[in-house]
Design a protein around this ligand. Sequence first.
Ligand SMILES: [Mn+2]
Length: 368
Amino acid sequence: MKLLHFSDTHLGFSEYYKIDPDSGLNQREQDFYDAWHQVIDAIMVHRPDVVVHAGDLFHTPRPSNRAIRTALESIQKISDAGIPLVIIAGNHETPRIRTTGSIFESLALFPHVHAAYSSACEVWQINDVDFYCIPHCSLTEEMDGAFEMLKVKARARANKVFVSHGAWGGDFGMGEFNEQRLPDVEVLTGVHFDYIALGHYHRYVTVKENACYPGSTERTSLNEHNSTCGYLLVDLESGEREYVGIATRPMIKLPTIDCTGLTTRTIYDKMQELATPAVRQAIVQLVLKNIENDAFLQLDVRQIDEMFAEAFYLEKKFSRIMTESNRFASHAKIESLPIEFERFLARENTELDIQKIAQLGAHYLESD
Ligand SMILES: [Mn+2]
C-alpha cells in the first residue's frame, strides 16, 4: 500500500495585512491555500492508496468560510477519486469547549473520509491495513485513555499504521500551551506499527525508523525559516519513503548586525549589503543590536523599508545600548510612537528637562 502523508496545513492562517491582488485575500492566507493546492494536485497525480492528514488542517477551531470551502472542495475531489482519506484533529482546531462542536463532523460526511476528532482512539480498516488514530485530546486523561483503548483494540495480524498529533517523546514541540506529549506508542502498548504518521512539529523529521513528521505545508512563524515544506510518499510494503518539497514563500533571518561603536552611516551601509535580490518577495527578519543611542534616534525607518522594498515583509528587531536615559523606552519598537516622540525631543532646543518629558511621553503613549 502506498500512502501520502501530510500535515499542519493551517488553512485560514493570515498575517501582515497584505492583500493578494488576484484573490483580494490576505496574501499570507492565500499562500497557505496555494501550498494546500500543491499537495492536493500531487494527490491527484500520485493517486496513492490512502491519504493521511495528521492534524492542524485548519488554523483555528472556527475557521473562516473561505478556509472551510477550500478544504471541502479539495476533500470532495479526493473523495470523488475514490481515494480514502484518514484525517485527525490537531491542537489548533480542537475547540476548548466541547459544545462548540467540531468542523470535522462535516468532513466525515464525505464517502471514503475517516475523521478522528473526539478525544479517543479510532480504528479504520482500509484494504488490508488498520489505521489507529488518536487525535489531539482536550485533556491528558483522555489521551491516556485513548492509548489504553488502542491496546484493547489492537489486532494481532493486520498491518498497522498509527496516526497522531503532538510532541513525540516531549521533544518536537511547538511551544504551544495546549500541545500534548506523545509517548512512543510502540514502547507504551507493545504494538508494532508498519508506519507512524505524525503531525504537529513544523519540520520534516524522522523520529524513529518507522515514524515521521512531514512538517507543515507553509511556515507559520519566522522560527521555521530553516524548515522545508512538503509531504511524504510512503510505501508500506518496502518501507521506502520519499519526501517531496513544495514551493512556498521564502523566509529569511538575516545575520545580526552588531552596531557597537558604529555610526548611522556605517549601519546603513551594513544593511545595504544585506539587501540582496534574495530578499525579493521573502519574509525577512533584520536584527540590529547594541545601537548607540544617537545612531538609534537618527535611523529613518522609511529609508530602511525602502532599502528592503523588494521584500514581502520586513520584521525589524532593533535594540540599543541601554543607558540611564533610554531605559524607560528600551522595549519600544523602532517604528513606534514613543521612539518617534524621543526623536522629536532630541531635535528640540529647550530648557525643559528632556529626560523627564521623554519618560512622561513614553508612559502616556504606551498605556492604553
Ligand atoms: Mn501545527
